[in-house]
Design a protein around this ligand. Structure first.
Ligand code: MSP
Length: 510
């Protein structure tokens, strides 16, 4: 039976335009989804938009349009961003869809039936920007007397009737979940979650009465559901909840929810607690990314320092941008985007290391080896060492990708690419072209085979460029998944004339 894999991005608030942080987490999830598909999994890859709550209601009011029209517009913009970033999503969920309202309503009713919800009064600090409740101990008082959360979001004292979820009952069972060291990644973040939960959990306010842009609480229409309960539920809505006979229900539980570190608590604490309380399986993993910083600060709509991903892709190339984002920093760490860093990755890693290697190899084949795939096979130790390094890559990458170590996966591929560059320099096929055509055939074939492995495995990161590279390497379109790597390419396959794949980034003259 084919193995299934369900991979998710966070669903994005529609209070402003998409920025590079949204593109980043979507690209990371896309790399996983594409990787798993090429590895033979039946993949369900979900993204979408989070459209309720006070923050969105306010943004719509500021724009002077009604919330539904506003969310329609901004959600379409997020969808466009996803398409332009090459995100191969299978479903794009919007929390204003009827299927989602139905799903949240049933989940709520299940929690009520399980005795997990009660009516009380909420009195405490709320940050609209984070759509989060905070304890006094989590806040900092500014010199003007105003209080802010650790995220920098201003908080206001809120007092209203509210339904509560009995989160306090779930401490032990949550701690048990975290005993699986891979449930929350990376390890440092897992420790933060564990100490937060060990510190004791208070019941969670899960409804609001002070605004209306949300899903009504069943039987209490003056309350709307807390936007995080609503938002988190998207993951099961998309699997068909509450219809557990729906074809996609087989994808639940998710293999991994990719999230930013800013929203880890919601995913690693509240979400599994809601699910356990409703008798639904919990996700297998929550993996938290760091932030891309602009001038040392988190980029965010509220801070007004965002980088537009579509513009970056136009300037540098989509695959170049995708490569940079996956290579430049570990998934869990923070990083900075800068023009020089982008140019260096494009010119050194892509244009020189990989692009030139392919171009040199394919030009030699076109000019000196009859423009067909050479029939040679690895014979010397030098040949075999490169062939073996390439053959080991799929296994190494599987492990890295499974742990969201995208930068390490790329580094493993580049070790082989650098080894191939060393090999081509040592073997000097341009000289063999004059002296030993049979040896030339071996060297070129060893290079093509290594390039084929690299290009096949790099498809999830750079789908467009790697498709072009595989075309040039004579790899048939139906032989580009990982299983196909076991079958050698057909000798003497005619190869198209080589064309450069990664142009150097040249600064425009001042
Ligand atoms: N709507 C919630 C998520 C609900 S999921 C059930 C939300 N939306 S958001 O649009 O504000 O941000 C979503 C995610 O975007 C963040 O968690 C993070 O993954 C990503 N990023 C937002 N800013 C970022 C950076 N500056 N850098 C990297 N990623 C960041 O939170």
């Amino acid at each position: 039976m084919t193995q299934r894999s369900f991979i998710t991005t966070p669903i994005f608030y529609v209070n402003g335009a998409p920025h590079i942080g949204h593109a980043y987490i979507s690209i990371a999830a896309d790399v996983m989804a594409r990787f798993k598909r090429l590895d033979g999994y039946d993949v369900f890859f979900l993204t979408g938009t989070d459209e309720h709550g006070q923050k969105v209601e306010r943004a719509a009011a500021e724009a002077g349009i009604d919330p539904q029209t506003f969310t329609d517009q901004v959600s379409a913009d997020f969808r466009d961003m996803a398409v332009r970033m090459g995100i191969s999503f299978d479903d794009f969920i919007r929390t204003t869809e009827p299927r989602h309202k139905a799903s949240c309503t049933v989940l709520w009713e299940r929690l009520v039936a399980a005795g997990q919800i009660y009516l009380g009064h909420y009195e405490g600090w709320y940050a609209v920007r984070d759509e989060a409740f905070y304890d006094e101990s989590e806040l900092t008082t500014l010199s003007d007397g105003n209080k802010v959360a650790a995220s920098g979001a201003p908080v206001a004292w809120v007092r209203e009737p509210s339904y509560f979820f009995r989160l306090s009952e779930w401490q032990d069972r949550l701690l048990k979940l975290y005993e699986d060291p891979d449930f929350v990644l990376p390890a440092g973040r897992r420790n933060e979650v564990v100490s937060f939960v060990r510190g004791g959990l208070r019941d969670l306010s899960i409804s609001r009465t002070s605004f209306t842009w949300g899903i009504p609480v069943p039987g209490a229409p003056d309350h709307v559901m807390y936007v995080w309960l609503d938002a988190l539920t998207n993951y099961i809505t998309a699997c068909g909840f509450p219809d557990t006979d729906a074809p996609r229900w087989d994808f639940w539980p998710a293999d991994v929810h990719l999230v930013g570190k800013d929203i880890l608590r919601f995913h690693a604490v509240y979400w599994p607690a809601f699910l356990m309380a409703a008798g639904i399986e919990v996700p297998r993993r929550v993996s938290a990314s760091g932030w891309w910083l602009a001038a040392g600060e988190k980029m965010s709509k509220s801070l007004g320092n965002v980088i537009e991903p579509r513009k970056l892709a136009e300037t540098y190339g989509l695959d170049q941008l995708r490569y940079f984002l996956m290579r430049e920093k570990p998934f869990g760490a923070d990083g900075t985007i800068s023009h020089p860093a982008l140019v260096s990755r494009i010119n050194v890693d892509l244009a020189n290391d990989l692009g030139n290697l392919a171009q040199r190899t394919l030009t030699l084949i076109a000019r000196n080896a009859g423009a067909v795939l050479p029939t040679g096979r690895a014979t010397t130790e030098d040949d075999r060492s490169l062939a073996d390094a390439a053959a080991a890559l799929p296994g190494l990458l599987r492990e890295r990708i499974d742990h969201q170590a995208f930068h390490e996966a790329l580094e493993e591929v580049w070790k082989v690419i650098r080894a191939a560059n060393g090999y081509i320099d040592r073997q000097a096929p341009w000289a063999l072209a004059k002296t030993d055509l049979s040896r030339l055939g071996v060297v070129l074939r060893v290079l093509v085979d290594a390039l084929r492995v690299a290009a096949t495995l790099l498809q999830p990161f750079m789908p467009g460029s790697m498709a072009r590279m595989l075309d040039q390497l004579g790899v048939p379109e139906d032989a580009r998944d990982f299983a196909a790597l076991a079958t050698p390419l057909a000798d003497l396959t005619p190869l198209p004339p080589p064309r450069g794949i990664f142009p150097r980034y040249v600064e425009a003259a001042a």
